[in-house]
Design a protein around this ligand. Structure first.
Ligand SMILES: [Zn+2]
Length: 254
């Protein structure tokens, strides 16, 4: 009934199609992301043969996940990179030829391959905005916010200085926030809701101008929709304010 595999399908459509059993759709994803995956692989493995193996194994693993009804609903590229890092670390454990720089204990074996951070992101209201970000922003956001990598760790892979990575991550977070807020602002019809919508970010961060606090409090007191938006933004803000955290093994509940 659907005709996935055509060029204009978004990654999200293709992911849905693969889940529904369409192998050709995965071929399209592969073509679209293969080159990026390969250059990412070269950041992890120096030997070209190892890099090609990494790419192949990563795509195979992701395909199996999708067919089993797991894996990403959005942000395929970011998920691909995450998966590749897992594959790389797993292999490094059994094959010391591969070089690695990260702490292997983070990826200790035996855990089933689920990613609570990813699931949270997918469920969150930020997902739509995240999808609209430029690929490079999505990558840096993913790696800093979800994977908990530091700019210093990412710098060699990205060919940037740690400071440039930090700047990029900051821009990406701000970009996500404005896109996200903008969606709500345009969705709000009442002028007072649009006024409030423009200021929910500062409100959450405690940076609302003093002259606006009374008006904001009054509006939130009577507008359930804006209170809901505020809660959503708080959720993203929690995301933003836990940069470079360790993965969930650190034991802090979200
Ligand atoms: Zn309102």
């Amino acid at each position: 009934m659907t005709t996935p595999g055509n060029d204009v399908d978004s990654d999200t459509d293709l992911l849905t199609a693969v889940r529904a059993g369409d192998t050709a759709a995965y071929g399209t994803l592969y073509e679209r992301h293969h080159a990026a995956a390969r250059s990412f692989a070269f950041g992890l493995a120096r030997d070209p043969a190892d890099a090609d193996d990494l790419v192949a194994e990563t795509f195979a693993k992701l395909f199996a996940s999708l067919r089993a009804g797991r894996g990403p609903l959005v942000a395929f590229r970011a998920y691909l990179h995450t998966t590749m890092r897992h594959v790389c670390y797993q292999r490094a454990r059994s094959d010391r030829r591969l070089e690695f720089t990260d702490d292997l204990s983070r990826y200790d074996a035996g855990e089933p391959y689920t990613d609570p951070a990813l699931e949270r992101l997918e469920r969150s209201f930020a997902a739509a905005a995240f999808r609209q970000l430029p690929a490079r922003w999505r990558d840096v956001l993913w790696q800093t916010e979800v994977e908990g990598s530091t700019p210093a760790e990412l710098a060699p892979q990205m060919g940037l200085t740690p400071n440039a990575v930090a700047v990029l991550a900051h821009r990406a977070r701000e970009g996500l926030r404005s896109l996200y807020l903008q969606q709500h602002v345009t969705a709000a019809e009442h002028p007072e809701c649009r006024w409030a919508g423009d200021r929910l970010g500062p409100q959450v961060r405690g940076r609302l101008a003093a002259r606006d606090t009374h008006r904001m409090r009054t509006h939130l007191g009577r507008c359930a929709e804006c209170r809901g938006r505020l809660d959503e933004i708080r959720e993203i803000d929690g995301f933003r304010h836990s940069p470079y955290r360790q993965r969930d093994h650190a034991g802090t509940a979200g």
